[in-house]
Write a protein that binds this ligand. Structure first.
Ligand code: LAN
Length: 767
């Protein structure tokens, strides 16, 4: 559906073309304790025709799939980011949503903000699941889904036809005009994106002479051929047997068996780096590869500019397309790679075997610790392949892993995509709670507030990992994960936010006494987690304290990402932990009080130390300076700085004010993250505007005119149902890859409107 039809129009239930509706109606999102699975139901007239998977080959079934794909055709030009309509429209239908009347019109901006907030919350409540959270699109990266399709090919475990055909449609929709695909949906074409979608589309049945495939092949050839794909891509191509393992730099699986005190031991990497290294090491140790099928033979001919057997594999190890390179290999990595490649020639077979067994055991345990969801999308799919290789097609571990693939698949109007995590449920729900409570709107929407609380209560992690040291895991009881408790990896800021929000509920008044189940005892566990996770530099990283010295970053062989080897102290995580701990300390002064005090002091000093000359903070997890500067300001205030007098806060506000656009909004381009300098977006963006306003209002900035203009901008963006149009992609990881946060277009403006409402009611911003 062209986005021009959506933007500036209310999100009405019939945004879907009538002829497409039956195909959308085949899909329903099933949720249980945060788990999100899109289920497909056959339409009545096909039930008699399709009874077994083979029946999908029948002409009627094929025609159905073609028509369904057409219902998810999406024009990426102009607005590459879809608006999550299938979930939203179907949920609103289910909840019998009807929009709220605007009420009497008024000139008073405080009143108008309040009306807009109420309208927005009313709409947002319509999207809440029965178990209390907000499912949503968490797509964006384009290097994930092809991995799933390749592994499904290798394990001969086909993705169900309706899902596969919409995965295909998604990839076709996301092709850039030049024929290639980016690292993410809004990025310029890269070799990684293009070759991976190419092979995935071919596996899913696209023909060699299909015009979109031809265009893609042209892009690949013009940019040197698949031998120029970055290392992670080389890995997937090796598995598919369309690239040779001898063209892949050794990753030395035995490094896992080195003494753990070595600073470059993989157990010291950022958890995402090590949990991807692990299955890669296993696959490399066993040189896993597909059978030499007809498709493999064809792909070998299609992907290269020379005949396959003339590719110089040794050279190809270090050939990377310029368009992909974000972090070129360091001299240290080149030197280490030389040694590892040399060892590969003479490697000890028995050591390799025992390493391989060790890795398998580790990965099996990761499955057990995470209800087979695994830490993230990359290691989940790779682990599935390793379980298949190590334990066989019929093994329970393999079947359990496959069963969880559905947790990563998301349907939007642009087709079926692989999410960057098993969702962002906890994170989004937490912000909904905070924005709701900011202006006491929990009293207006008590059911919504209560459901949120029950869900957060359910989602706190309540168990430790057995023998956790053996698996390099930290304590986790009392923490919260970003998605669901089942995923089981607590995160510093999610845990701190969970603690802060639970305490806010104690004062909100909508729940009382025994209803407040997230009690002091349970919050003590959260404190234990946060104190254990603080870094030596005083800051907080994402999942664990930093485990290795900075030079280990130089071993990064994933050319497309920055800062991937270590877990660093981040502005956002540090601020959230400061807010969580100060909230706890205010509430209870008899649990680890001195340690908390010390942690806050050190965290505060760290946050100040990373403020930039211009007053801003660099963001790592959303776009970019507006996001982190908001966190920076909130963190300084929480740890005791007086916003009226603090020179740091004043400077930060000046930075923010200097970026306001003439229409009253703020717009920061995602290139800010890539370049680590402020890059303006041509249009004001709703999330950026909300973060800037939240920051200015938290700091009680006296520039009322700027704040009013920003609030007016946010109100103007709200449609008559209370939704907001989807604009630029707003999340990021490793500085170069963007990721979708569907909830951000709703929760953050609602929070800013609530804050404005509260301040107006207190007379501070009285119009
Ligand atoms: C996330 C999502 C959540 C995010 C916040 C909690 C918002 C942040 O404050 C801390 C970092 C964290 C936890 C984060 C880290 C990187 C993740 C896990 C992701 C962006 C989601 C997907 C991404 C992961 C690395 C994607 C897989 C890619 C690899 C390079 C392995």
């Amino acid at each position: 559906m062209p986005v021009s039809e959506i933007v500036d129009k209310p999100l009405i239930l019939n945004t879907v073309k009538p002829e497409h509706q039956p195909f959308w109606d085949c899909w329903a999102l099933e949720t249980h304790r945060g788990r999100q699975v899109w289920r497909f139901t056959l339409p009545q007239d096909l039930k008699e025709i399709i009874k077994t998977p083979q029946d999908w080959q029948k002409p009627e079934a094929q025609q159905f799939l073609i028509n369904m794909q057409a219902a998810f055709a999406y024009d990426k030009k102009g607005q590459p980011h879809s608006a999550d309509l299938p979930y939203r429209t179907s949920r609103l239908k289910q909840t019998g949503f009807s929009p709220r009347e605007d009420g009497s019109s008024t000139e008073n901006l405080g009143e108008r903000a309040k009306t807009a907030a109420k309208k927005g919350f009313h709409f947002y409540q319509g999207l809440q699941t029965d178990d209390g959270n907000w499912p949503g699109d968490y797509g964006g990266p384009l290097f994930l889904q092809p991995g799933m399709i390749i592994v499904s090919y290798l394990t001969k475990h086909p993705i169900q036809e309706p899902h596969a055909s919409l995965c295909k449609q998604y990839m076709l929709n996301m092709q850039n005009e030049d024929g290639g695909w980016g690292l993410h949906i809004e990025g310029k074409s890269t070799m990684l994106g293009t070759v991976l979608q190419y092979v995935a589309l071919r596996i899913l049945g696209k023909k060699k002479d299909d015009p979109q495939i031809e265009k893609a092949r042209k892009w690949i050839h013009e940019n040197g051929g698949a031998n120029y794909i970055p290392t992670w891509g080389k890995f997937y191509l090796c598995l598919l047997r369309v690239y040779e393992w001898k063209g892949f730099n050794s990753i030395l699986p035995e490094i896992w068996k080195f003494p753990k005190w070595l600073s470059f031991h993989p157990s010291k990497y950022w958890c995402h780096a090590r949990m991807v290294h692990m299955p890669m090491a296993y696959c490399y140790a066993n040189k896993i590869r597909s059978a030499k099928t007809d498709l493999v033979k064809e792909l070998r001919q299609e992907l290269y500019t020379t005949p396959y057997n003339e590719v110089n594999w040794k050279k190809a190890r270090n050939q990377f397309c310029e368009k992909d390179l974000y972090t070129p290999h360091s001299s240290l990595l080149k030197f280490a790679t030389g040694l590892m490649n040399a060892y590969e020639k003479i490697h000890l077979k028995s050591w390799r075997k025992s390493t391989s067994r060790f890795l398998l055991k580790q990965m099996k345990q990761e499955n057990e610790n995470t209800f087979s969801i695994n830490l993230g999308p990359v290691n989940h799919i790779m682990n599935t392949l390793c379980m298949h290789h190590g334990f066989g097609n019929e093994s329970i571990v393999f079947k359990d892993s496959i069963e969880r693939w559905s947790d990563y698949l998301w349907l939007a109007e642009d087709g079926m995509k692989m999410n960057g995590y098993n969702g962002s449920q906890f994170w989004d729900t937490n912000f909904a709670a905070l924005s709701l409570m900011e202006a006491g709107m929990d009293k207006e929407f008590p059911d919504m507030a209560k459901n949120i609380y029950q869900w957060m209560d359910d989602q706190q992690i309540k168990t430790e990992i057995p023998h956790r040291e053996e698996y390099d895991r930290c304590i986790r009881k009392g923490g919260w994960a970003f998605s669901t408790f089942e995923q089981g990896w607590p995160i510093t800021d999610c845990s701190a936010e969970g603690m802060k929000t639970s305490i806010k509920y104690m004062h909100a008044g909508i729940l009382n006494g025994p209803e407040l189940t997230v009690n002091k005892e349970r919050l003590k566990d959260t404190v234990n987690v946060l104190l254990a996770y603080q870094n030596k530099d005083g800051g907080w990283a994402s999942y664990e304290p930093t485990r290795a010295p900075k030079w280990v970053e130089k071993m990064n062989a994933a050319e497309v990402f920055g800062d991937i080897m270590l877990d660093y102290s981040y502005a956002e995580c540090t601020s959230a932990c400061l807010q969580g701990l100060t909230t706890f300390r205010k509430e209870y002064d008899d649990y680890r009080t001195e340690e908390i005090e010390r942690a806050i002091k050190r965290g505060h000093a760290f946050l100040r130390s990373i403020q930039r000359e211009d007053g801003s903070w660099l963001g790592s997890w959303a776009v970019c300076f507006t996001y982190a500067t908001w966190f920076g300001i909130e963190g300084l205030i929480a740890s005791g700085e007086d916003p009226q007098t603090s020179p740091e806060i004043k400077k930060a506000c000046e930075f923010i004010l200097s970026k306001q656009k003439p229409d009253g909004g703020w717009g920061e381009h995602f290139e800010s993250c890539v370049q680590k300098k402020y890059v303006e977006h041509p249009q004001s963006q709703v999330p950026n505007t909300a973060w800037a306003l939240l920051a200015l209002m938290a700091a009680k900035n006296p520039n009322k005119e700027a704040i009013d203009k920003g609030i007016q901008f946010l109100i103007s963006k709200q449609d008559s149902w209370g939704d907001v149009p989807q604009q630029q992609i707003s999340g990021v990881f490793n500085f170069n890859c963007m990721i979708t946060y569907t909830a951000y277009r709703n929760v953050f403006p609602l929070w800013a409107l609530s804050r404005y409402t509260k301040l107006s009611e207190q007379g501070l911003y009285h119009s």
